[in-house]
Design a protein around this ligand. Structure first.
Ligand code: HEC
Length: 290
């Protein structure tokens, strides 16, 4: 096996190992970054939902309290406000959603789908669980959901969610007496589920990963070309020249001129030694001649 082959094999092997390690690391990093980005978006949406609910409870509900006695105005219900806002947002960004499904909802539109019911069941089974992150597939790529339990922690909730008799009559007129009642203090009645599509973040992660890998490949290619060129000019070509000259001397051909010595590296000193050896050899031969 030639020197060049040995060098290229060693370099190829090192590069493959390096590429594998760098690939694994950058893949994991870019994926983690994508998830972090999506979680960040979800937490902004959670903040918005909380702010809308709070605003409705503090500023809208007192204004509508009087009118709600005659005709129930759901505009004063914090959950209704959040729900309405995010439904409108969903028209612009179909895969983003903030839902507040309940097992026994006041508004039938808040009935949970199968996967939402599973999340609610999980929270009901683990009262200490405060957050659950899950992923599901959709035709537009994976969707990440962050869910938090909705628990009845305030007696005020029971005014509208315990019995139809306790609830404002106008509300019962609007929503009917059969759903959204019977909730109890401390009960986990539903969950706030925020869903954010991962497709864009994943595509960006894949783009970054591809750029890193292409960059590494280009660096390796450049290194291979440069090293091969250097190996050829600085080692292989000069060693071959010495080897040809040595062959000629061994066959008794002393006519060839001395090898040119260029540079001050190991091969140059080998060339010098060879030239000196050939001179000594020629002298010795001359002494032996009759
Ligand atoms: C003034 C009455 C009223 C009060 C007080 C009230 N809610 Fe509601 N709640 C409603 C109505 C009406 C809806 C349905 C809104 C809609 O149409 O989206 C609702 C919806 C909900 C929903 C969405 C699921 C569903 O039932 O449709 C949850 C969860 C919820 N409320 C929890 C609570 C909690 C927790 C509290 C106490 C902090 C509370 N509510 C206080 C009237 C009330």
């Amino acid at each position: 096996m030639g020197l060049r082959m040995k060098f290229n094999l060693a370099m190829g092997f090192t590069f493959l190992a390096g590429l594998l390690i760098a690939g694994l690391l950058s893949y994991r990093l870019t994926q983690r970054e994508a998830v972090r980005e999506v979680l960040q978006q979800a937490s902004i949406m959670a903040g918005q939902a909380a702010v809308i609910s709070d605003y409705t409870a503090r500023e809208i509900a007192p204004l509508l309290a009087e009118q709600s006695r005659e005709q129930f105005l759901p505009q004063s219900v914090p959950f209704w406000a959040a729900h309405t806002n995010f439904s409108a947002l969903q028209k612009l960004f179909p895969d983003y959603s903030v839902r507040m499904p309940a097992l026994n909802p006041t508004n039938p539109a808040d009935r949970p789908t199968d996967w939402q019911a599973e999340i609610i069941a999980l929270f009901r089974g683990n009262p200490a669980l405060q957050e659950h992150i899950s992923q599901r597939a959709s035709p537009n790529g994976p969707i990440l959901s962050i869910s938090r339990p909705i628990r009845v922690e305030d007696r005020a909730c029971l005014e509208c969610h315990s019995t139809p008799q306790a609830a404002p009559a106008a509300m019962v007129d609007l929503y009917g007496p059969s759903n959204g009642f019977g909730w109890e203090m401390g009960e986990t009645v539903g969950a706030q589920i925020i869903s954010v599509p991962m497709q864009v973040a994943l595509q960006r992660a894949a783009g970054t990963f591809r750029t890193v890998m292409l960059g590494l490949g280009a660096v390796f290619l450049l290194m291979t070309v440069l090293l091969n060129l250097l190996l050829h000019l600085a080692v292989v070509r000069r060693v071959r020249r010495i080897s040809t000259a040595a062959n000629e001397v061994s066959l008794g051909d002393m006519a060839a001129p001395e090898l040119p010595v260029s540079g001050r590296d190991e091969i140059a000193s080998l060339t010098e030694s060879f030239n000196r050896m050939r001179r000594s050899f020629a002298n010795a031969m001359r002494l032996l001649e009759p």
